[in-house]
Design a protein. Structure first.
Length: 406
């Protein structure tokens, strides 16, 4: 790479840092950004002026600081870009249309019992057309792309009784990316569902900023993501911090699998599927987590028993994680009703504090801020990440990480 390319890549990287910093701060002056980034004011000013000329950022007012001219204050131009995010869940598809600030402008969802590849492609096509129709012609020109947050290995859902075998066979050798990109003239981006959600929490979450945290999402299954030094760490197979297969002690619930094994995996104890299975085992009819509000008052003891068991496994998993990673926080989000998630996090925290040893550095537990929309917003963020996230590979390779396929 020549000197010109190095200079261009560094400038590109600095532009991404400016955008990322403004997303976190909300608004800032040139002097604020120069100090935060360690750049000279003239260098920073050139970057700001270029971003403003491209309408990616805009002035939001002026601020007086002592002697001299008031400083211009800049913020992200929310409507300079739009993107569509899709959450491919195990029981539903969720679509969101977002702006550059991650605000949801429109949202829709579709439930299903089982999926064929053809059904999925048709549902995605229909959902995209519905959201694209919400954009005015001048806004459509600013559509950055479509991101899909999805679990890997869809055909393997048969192993967890979420898909009949005849359906799973249809997924063998099916290339979702090829089918979508052949049928629809948009830029598509793909990522593991909870990895995408972790990125969304990093950039759009309302929590106090943290650059080192483990992200946990408790959905039908459980998954996660890892943020280190402000970067999304995807891993070799885009599967870092997947969490589902982490070994944990066996459950003490009455529906736990009997046998000589002394351990199981986190997915068996800390997923909403495990909650539904526990309720069904105890003769409470429920098939979707959305039905939980209808049955919880009459079955509060059962739900609490599951929460204790779930919290015990998550405390074990967090302790295992911090033996390898030195983290500031663990951010936990879920499809659970918010009050139940708050209670669950409090239980986990108490278990961790009661198990703490003298030289342990326990991370702060924090509730995620995006809730059930986290994965879909994460999907919408993928095109933004591709173009604007301050990823180190912009300098090292002159581009961002290759997008993941199904």
């Amino acid at each position: 790479m020549g000197q010109g390319s190095n200079s261009s890549a560094l400038r590109n990287f600095n532009e991404r840092i400016v955008i990322s910093t403004l997303k976190k701060y909300g608004s800032a002056s040139k002097a604020d950004l120069a100090r935060a980034m360690g750049l000279t004011l003239p260098t920073l000013s050139r970057i700001i002026d270029d971003l403003e000329s491209r309408e990616l950022i805009a002035k939001t007012g002026r601020r007086s600081q002592g002697v001299g001219q008031p400083s211009n204050i800049y913020h992200i131009n929310a409507n300079c870009l739009f993107s569509i995010g899709i959450k491919l869940g195990r029981q539903n598809l969720e679509f969101v249309l977002t702006n550059f600030s991650g605000d949801i402008l429109h949202k829709q969802s579709t439930d299903f019992r089982q999926l064929t590849p053809e059904m999925l492609v048709n549902l995605i096509e229909s959902g995209i057309k519905t959201l694209v129709a919400e954009l005015k012609p001048e806004q459509l020109k600013k559509l950055a792309g479509i991101g899909i947050g999805m679990p890997w290995f869809i055909g393997s859902w048969v192993e967890n009784n979420e898909m009949d075998k005849e359906y799973s066979l249809l997924w063998q050798d099916f290339d979702l990316a090829f089918q979508l990109e052949t049928k629809l003239d948009y830029d598509f981006f793909y990522e593991n569902d909870c990895t995408a959600a972790a990125a969304a929490e990093l950039y759009f979450g309302k929590n106090e900023t943290s650059n080192n945290f483990l992200y946990v999402f408790i959905g039908s299954f459980i998954g996660g993501g890892l943020i280190l030094n402000g970067d999304l760490e995807k891993g070799v197979h885009s599967n870092a911090a997947c969490l589902a297969t982490m070994p944990v002690p066996k459950s003490a619930l009455n529906n736990a699998t009997k046998g000589a094994e002394t351990w199981t995996t986190l997915i068996e104890r800390a997923s909403l599927t495990s909650l539904i299975n526990y309720l069904n085992f105890n003769k409470v009819k429920i098939s979707q987590i959305s039905e939980l509000p209808n049955i919880i008052d009459d079955n509060r003891n059962l739900v609490h028993e599951w929460m204790l068991d779930c919290a015990d496994s998550l405390a074990f998993a967090i302790y295992s994680s911090i033996s390898i990673l030195d983290l500031e926080k663990v951010v936990i989000d879920s499809d659970l009703p918010r009050y139940l998630l708050t209670e669950l996090i409090n239980i986990i925290d108490r278990k961790l504090q009661n198990s703490k040893k003298k030289y342990d550095f326990l991370p702060k537990l924090q509730q995620g801020t995006l809730g059930e929309d986290a994965i879909a917003i994460g999907g919408a963020f993928l095109p933004i990440y591709f173009h604007f996230a301050p990823d180190k590979t912009v300098i090292l390779k002159g581009g961002v990480p290759e997008r993941s396929s199904s």
